[in-house]
Design a protein around this ligand. Structure first.
Ligand code: IPM
Ligand code: MG
Length: 360
């Protein structure tokens, strides 16, 4: 089959990790008889430098015409990079928000898994990590505070900033359906996270999630307040299967969840719309401090490519081949610096890509 993929190398370590993911995808294509057609577009700082805006209309059109998008990472050092002297709507992150909205990528799937081989890197006490964990955060991605009306005004000489948190029931319903659908393929438990003791948007969230739950009698639903969830993630992460939550809560909780795995360099993510189309990217950022040094961990991007094969192309065997290659390389003791532990062999970004491609 021909796979038409738009790639966004982006900024920082983005180009390095996307190059390794392509290497692994090419190995998959060779082994399973597929053709990969890549078209690169610029986004974030790279696009600002080339065109003065973080995402052009042409780039959006290119992405729309593909079957799927594979992204590295965007953005720079927010204190030193000149990109952050620009008005907010011209900064790198605005490109990411724009592509999410333009492609209607409302469902953001962020798995957080404790890898057996990397259990030593988990920052939790052993009595907690011993239970292992494997959760998926289903984050709403095109609504809430990120896309509500915002402005800064001056009233009687006092500056005032306003951000609005809005959700309608349809936006909540469609992400809830995605959350329950995926729970059916996992351990059939949904923890819906909100702040219903304070926010109206959360009370509507809870009501709609309960309505949706009626169509999934096999799935256990529980509600949890977001502050409690932040606590439970470090106290007892094994209790979670699918965490279903709104945009801002999901942003915060997914960083926390990835940190407790001890290996953020390993975590993939998918942002999906109502069709098979999706944008796939690692959960980590652009790490400008280590860019260009060939020390970044490409595994999260490689695993994002695997998610892409699974969700956008229904190529399960091919995706399994990538997941197994990752397991096998880890089992044989190869590590990039971020997940290095005693007795293992430290390798760079390119060498990790080579090792993974060889094992497809
Ligand atoms: C993420 C990032 C983005 C977000 C930023 C870069 C706008 O933190 O994907 O989690 O907040 O959604
Ligand atoms: Mg984030």
């Amino acid at each position: 089959m021909e796979l038409n993929i738009t790639c966004i190398p982006g900024d920082g370590i983005g180009p390095e990790i996307v190059a390794e993911a392509k290497k692994v995808l090419d190995a998959v294509a060779k082994k399973f008889g597929h053709t990969m057609k890549y078209t690169d577009i610029l986004m974030g700082g790279a696009s600002i430098d080339a065109y003065g805006v973080p995402l052009t209309d042409e780039a959006i059109e290119t992405a729309k015409s593909a079957d799927a998008v594979l992204m590295g990472s965007i953005g720079g050092d927010t204190t030193t990079s000149p990109w952050y002297k620009l008005p907010p709507e011209l900064r790198p992150e605005a490109g990411l928000l724009a592509i999410r909205k333009a492609l209607n990528l409302f469902a953001n799937l962020r798995p957080a898994v404790l890898y057996e081989e990397l259990a030593g890197a988990c920052p939790l006490k052993e009595e907690i990590s011993a239970a292992g964990f494997d959760m998926l955060i289903m984050r709403e991605l095109t609504g809430g505070l990120y896309f509500g009306e915002r402005k800064t005004v001056e009233e009687n000489g006092v500056l005032k900033a306003i951000d609005t948190l809005t959700y309608n029931e349809n936006e909540i319903r469609r992400i809830a359906v995605k959350g329950f659908d995926i729970a059916m393929k996992r351990r059939k438990k949904v923890t819906s996270v909100d702040k219903a003791n304070v926010l109206d948007s959360s009370r509507l969230w809870r009501k709609v999630v309960e309505e949706v739950a009626k169509d999934y009698p096999e799935v256990t639903l529980e509600h949890m307040l977001v502050d409690n969830c932040a606590m439970q993630l470090v106290k007892d992460p094994a209790q979670f299967d699918v965490i279903l939550t709104e945009n801002m809560f999901g942003d915060i909780l997914s960083d926390e969840a990835s940190m407790v795995t001890g290996s953020i360099g390993m975590l993939a993510s998918a942002s999906l719309n109502d069709t098979k189309f999706g944008l796939y990217e690692p959960s980590h950022g652009s790490a400008p401090d280590i860019a260009g040094k060939d020390i970044a961990n490409p595994i999260a991007t490689v695993l994002s490519a695997s998610m892409m094969l699974r969700y956008s192309f229904d190529l399960d065997k091919e995706a399994d081949a990538i997941d197994n290659a990752v397991k096998s390389v880890l089992k044989d003791g190869y590590r990039t610096g971020d997940i290095m532990s005693r007795g293992c062999a430290q390798v760079g970004c390119r060498q990790m890509g080579d090792l993974l491609a060889q094992r497809i």
